[in-house]
Design a protein around this ligand. Structure first.
Ligand SMILES: Cc1cc2nc3c(=O)[nH]c(=O)nc-3n(C[C@H](O)[C@H](O)[C@H](O)COP(=O)(O)OP(=O)(O)OC[C@H]3O[C@@H](n4cnc5c(N)ncnc54)[C@H](O)[C@@H]3O)c2cc1C
Length: 496
């Protein structure tokens, strides 16, 4: 009997899962759901612009966790790709990553009949689940699945989530979800106020720059801090103390890991420099300049160490004590997130130019201090004079997906996922937590599917899922799990 699997969402995460399943398993009947325009692109890789670069280097971007250089080899097999993108340390346009996913998927789709697998692609969203364990799509078709993998990405799981900017969104000039598409919505001379200062805000900046926009830009956020800056120079460093292998057989404590981290860091740089890596200035302009200098002069091998730490955390998460895990989530999550959500040096230099020539301002404030003036026909920040014709909501949390919310809520109602789904994170995926139902235990309902939730789907406490290689790691775990779980045989009637 074929295992019936649904993948909800065909962004980088969903496609990674699909490819890993097709490569490694046989006798599968897989259905994958998403709107056509997001297929292999998802939300953040959807815009077809060469300005938007991956923030992970080529050697840390692969659909196969066990074959890190797969993307590198793919790039090098292509004649039409510029040489500068064929380096392990390169930051390549994100649209190349979606092309890579698309071609790799096709390669495995062509071979799928050899393994007796079949895949059906649906151009619909799944939006509802009912007590008969039936899934319903937006065209009211009904399905039954044994496994469901939620790869719904940057979406809110709260059905009632309102636009975070409240009243502001009711005015002309409000633009939602900027990094998806601002094409044609901004005039060359518009003054633009971007709300949020994370990666999607940087994307907005890059797209404005690409469109030869001339007006003033203000990035406004509560933290006022930009993503950190990554250089492409540190890729070749092989850690002495923080190699993954070294931790295989020991229990690990946070303090031990920290000691090794700093010991290794001091092999690479001086105590003085170390301080500057972790200091966060209150002035975003100074912070940006410090980050850029760190990138240029110390070659940022230390950033490779942050990624080594991450590998240890993700691979050996359950070797840490519960107290340590809580400590990591509460204390170190922010630092790790800052390094993961980083921008390539090239982008940082562009921002610096904008700041220096006065076209860009970064303001630490809340959108609550922004108001719309009918007389001036634009948005103003309290106590400031510039009138902004456009306001762009670049806070990713504002990406609302009602279909996913209603799907999740109906699954919660039936009890097929536990209420604490919001608290899952990608580290917990190594444990049984990610599985929302006990695996065919005696008391469980035999018809209910096993549900996995991966990627940045679930926001609270999310620690490191927000990058490509982490999706591949999770895809790998799920593949292994599905391969070892057996479909129970139900015997009905009485036999003697
Ligand atoms: C601005 C920005 C820049 C980024 N840059 C990088 C980068 O350079 N490198 C990197 O590694 N990571 C980057 N990331 C992180 C990136 O989002 C993840 O690596 C990756 O896109 C996550 O993929 P995903 O498939 O989980 O999510 P998404 O890309 O969000 O895809 C989720 C998909 O699920 C679909 N979906 C949702 N609900 C349903 C439903 N009910 N039914 C069917 N389909 C549904 C959506 O349509 C969507 O296509 C960036 C993120 C942002 C916001």
């Amino acid at each position: 009997m074929k295992k019936k699997i649904a993948i909800v969402g065909a962004g980088p995460c969903g496609i990674s899962v699909l490819i890993n399943l097709l490569k490694n398993l046989s006798n599968l009947d897989i259905s994958i759901f998403d709107i056509n325009q997001n297929f292999c692109k998802g939300n953040s890789f959807r815009v077809d612009s060469d300005s938007l670069l991956l923030n992970t280097t080529v050697d840390t971007t692969s659909v196969f966790y066990e074959d890190r250089l797969h993307f590198f080899k793919w790039l090098n097999s292509k004649k039409d790709i510029p040489k500068k993108y064929k380096l392990k340390s390169a930051f390549v346009p994100r649209n190349l990553a979606s092309k890579y996913l698309f071609e790799t998927l096709n390669e495995y789709l062509l071979k799928s009949s050899e393994k007796n697998n079949n895949v059906t692609i649906f151009d619909f969203f799944l939006f509802k689940y009912d007590a008969k364990h039936t899934f319903i799509d937006t065209s009211m078709n009904e399905y039954l699945f044994k496994y469901v993998i939620l790869c719904t990405g940057h979406t809110s799981s709260s059905i009632n989530m309102k636009c975070k900017l409240g009243e502001l969104s009711n005015n002309d000039g409000y633009i939602e979800n900027s990094f998806l598409n601002i094409n044609g919505k901004i005039h060359k001379n518009d003054n633009v106020l971007i709300i949020g200062s994370n990666l999607s805000a940087i994307d907005t900046m890059l797209l404005l720059n690409e469109s030869k926009h001339q007006g003033k830009i203000c990035i406004l956020s509560k933290s006022g801090s930009l993503p950190s800056v990554r250089s492409d120079m540190g890729g070749d460093y092989i850690p002495k103390y923080l190699g993954l292998e070294g931790f295989k057989n020991e229990t690990i404590s946070v303090n031990h890991l920290k000691r090794l981290f700093f010991k290794e860091l001091l092999l690479l740089t001086t105590k003085e420099d170390v301080k500057s890596y972790f200091l966060i200035s209150k002035d975003p302009k100074i912070q940006l300049e410090t980050d850029i200098l760190n990138c240029i002069y110390s070659k940022n091998k230390w950033q490779v160490l942050v990624f080594s730490m991450l590998e240890i955390l993700t691979n050996y998460w359950f070797k840490f004590s519960t107290a340590d895990r809580i400590l990591i989530k509460n204390k170190y999550k922010k630092i790790i997130d800052r390094f993961i959500s980083s921008m390539p040096l090239e982008n940082a230099l562009l921002l610096k130019d904008y700041l220096n020539n006065g076209r860009l301002e970064i303001t630490k404030s809340s959108h609550e201090n922004v108001y719309y003036s009918n007389s001036k026909k634009g948005f103003l920040i309290k106590n400031k004079n510039v009138v902004y014709n456009k306001i762009i909501d670049s806070s990713p949390i504002n990406i609302e997906n009602k279909d996913f919310s209603s799907l999740l809520n109906s699954m919660l109602e039936v009890g097929v996922v536990k209420t604490n789904i919001n608290r899952l994170n990608s580290l917990d995926i190594d444990n049984k937590f990610f599985k929302c139902r006990n695996d065919f235990d005696a008391n469980s309902n035999i018809d209910a599917p096993i549900v996995y939730a991966i990627g940045p789907t679930l926001r609270n406490n999310l620690i490191v899922s927000n990058f490509f290689l982490e999706s591949s790691r999770q895809a790998n775990i799920i593949t292994n799990h599905i391969s070892t779980s057996r479909i129970p045989i139900i015997i009905t009637g009485v036999t003697s």
